[in-house]
Design a protein around this ligand. Structure first.
Ligand SMILES: C[S@@+](CC[C@H](N)C(=O)[O-])C[C@H]1O[C@@H](n2cnc3c(N)ncnc32)[C@H](O)[C@@H]1O
Length: 256
């Protein structure tokens, strides 16, 4: 059971286990010819889903979500909130987070102290030569626009898959008039890293191993790979910088 679920994204596993728990409790109540209140039924579903999740090897914090999911549904339904509200909330979450359930990389933003530290890591200015910078998963474009202003001798690129952050970053770049900055709506996995002098990523622990292989095979010798907060297992960086911000960010820096 454990290995079956390791291939699926945790959110999909969680949903399947909720369905299995619901079916289990329903079969039990039918077989025992018992009738429960909706809240008690939901609590049983939650307890069973949490047990299934433990057996399936989901992370510990999922167990709380799994336990509370069905009871929370019952309690919220009792509030008689118009269904359009849930549709609107779902659509907003969809355009902001998009495929986070699969990538396990949500939107959160680097601090301004991180932006300032990145400035110090950019290549030295050279007459008539521009360096290139890539933000993998560029969010709403804060890193790119800050650096484009601070170091106009660079060319700044970003890739982003979530539609709303992508559109906001495009708008931000357009309204600020940065001509040395552009963002594309595409996955970082389909982006060739060879043209860039500095590649920056602020993702999550999940893709770091795979990203390291990509970085190693595509980036040129002498270029820089910088990861905000998430290290690469078994590959210590040459430099570790702590910008002293509220997020307790750490920048891991590798010279290729
Ligand atoms: C933690 S945010 C970082 C935003 C920005 N780089 C910053 O430092 O403020 C990670 C971003 O990566 C995006 N993302 C996740 N997987 C991606 C992928 N495969 N390709 C492109 N972007 C991705 C997410 O949508 C999210 O906006």
């Amino acid at each position: 059971m454990h290995t079956l679920f390791t291939k699926l994204p945790p959110a999909v596993t969680a949903l399947l286990l909720q369905a299995a728990a619901f079916a289990g409790v329903l079969l039990f109540t039918r077989a025992a010819t018992m009738q429960f209140s909706p809240l008690l039924f939901a609590l049983l579903c939650g307890a069973l889903a949490a047990i299934f999740s433990r057996v399936a090897g989901l992370a510990r914090w999922w167990l709380f979500i799994q336990f509370l999911f069905a009871p929370a549904l019952v309690l919220v339904l009792a509030l008689n909130i118009p269904s359009g509200f849930f549709l609107a909330a779902f659509l907003i979450m969809l355009v902001v987070y998009w495929s986070t359930f699969r990538t396990q990389v949500p939107l959160y933003l680097s601090s301004s102290k991180v932006w300032q530290t990145l400035e110090t890591l950019l290549p030295e200015p050279q007459p008539e030569k521009n360096f290139t910078f890539m933000d993998l998963g560029s969010g709403i474009g804060g890193v790119l626009t800050h650096l484009a202003k601070a170091r106009p001798d660079g060319r700044y690129y970003g890739v982003e898959t979530a539609p709303l952050p992508f559109l906001l970053s495009r708008l931000r770049i357009r309204l600020s008039g940065y001509r040395n900055c552009q963002v594309k709506w595409r996955s970082l996995w389909s982006c060739d890293l060879a043209p860039y002098d500095v590649v920056f990523a602020y993702l999550s622990p999940v893709p770091m191993d795979q990203l390291w292989h990509k970085v190693k095979s595509e980036m040129r010798p002498g270029t820089l790979f910088i990861s905000n907060t998430f290290a690469v297992p078994d590959h210590p960086p040459q430099d570790i910088i702590t910008p002293d911000d509220l997020h307790h960010s750490t920048l891991y820096v590798w010279r290729m």
